[in-house]
Design a protein around this ligand. Structure first.
Ligand code: RB5
Length: 145
């Protein structure tokens, strides 16, 4: 069986945490598709959010996890790509709910907001949860317009 492919990207503010997430999800049996960046120069989060989002909408990856300082800017950029539903999470409850109720296909995390331990628990909650469909599907369809 093919592994679930997870697109990963960040800006300079979240390189270490992104690499920790990549390692963590690989140990869980997922396939991280980490598109960087790998060097610490200041960069522009919209570029990286869009690039990861495009891997998800193209079907190359099943889900995406993106990170910047707050998680907010890169989330905004990803959500501009048609078909992306991305939420920023700083807690595990929200990380599960964005999949269960909102059918999120991307998760965003702020590396300056949560520490590595909490971030990895957020990732676990997101990856374990499943969309519930039903009335939630009606609402998600309304987001898509
Ligand atoms: C970079 O300094 C910072 O603005 C960025 O990582 C992010 O927090 C933007 O939303």
């Amino acid at each position: 069986m093919n592994k679930t492919r997870i697109a990963l990207s960040s800006d300079h503010a979240a390189i270490d945490l992104r690499q920790a997430v990549a390692k963590h999800i690989a140990t869980l049996g997922f396939e991280p598709v980490d598109i960087g960046p790998t060097t610490p120069e200041s960069t522009h989060y919209p570029l990286h959010g869009k690039a990861a989002a495009e891997l998800v909408v193209s079907g190359d990856c099943d889900l995406g996890i993106i990170l910047c300082g707050t998680g907010q800017g890169i989330m905004m950029a990803a959500n501009k790509v048609d078909g992306i539903r991305c939420g920023v999470c700083s807690d595990t409850f929200s990380a599960a709910m964005i999949r269960q109720h909102n059918n999120a296909n991307m998760l965003s995390i702020g590396a300056r907001v949560v520490g590595e331990g909490v971030a990895l628990e957020i990732v676990d909650a997101f990856l374990k949860a499943e969309f519930e469909g039903g009335r939630h599907a009606t609402r998600v369809d309304m987001i898509e317009g």
